[in-house]
Design a protein around this ligand. Sequence first.
Ligand code: FES
Length: 171
Amino acid sequence: MTTTNDVSTEQHPSGDDRFALVDKHLKRVRYEQDQLIETLHVAQDVFGYLSEDVLMYVARALMLPPSMVYGVATFYQLFTFEAPGDHACTVCTGTACYVKGADAIVGSVAEAYAVAAGATSEDGRLTLKIARCLGSCGLAPVVVLDGAVHGHLDAAEALDLVRAALGETVG
Ligand code: FES
């Protein structure tokens, strides 16, 4: 029997095949409404972030009010609503990293690329994030750049790493 919330056989208007991956998960959890958070995780993994379109899609599939889906998604800091940049720089600002100069790293990268912490530069090349303790306090201050962990950096070294990752000449 086809249920009204079974969106898996419909082609998404955007023609974006990634929705098929979300559909697969939705089918696996039988469109259970209590699977909302898990579904949002899957959607974020698939798309890299939760766009309005994706949030609406999940709301419709689980037959939940969009306002509730927005509310849950924004409550949890694990979700992001902006398209990530080409490169991601996460600076740990946990206590150990903070006392070893994490703030200066955030400040230098933010200034060099005119990007606020938690945002993506206007040209879309760099997303700057801050994190709480990443569990590697012995390496403080810690920077994760495009998935690679770097430790014991000062602000200038961190900025050089970012520049190199973005293909810029490091002097
Ligand atoms: S405080 Fe930065 S890794 Fe623990």
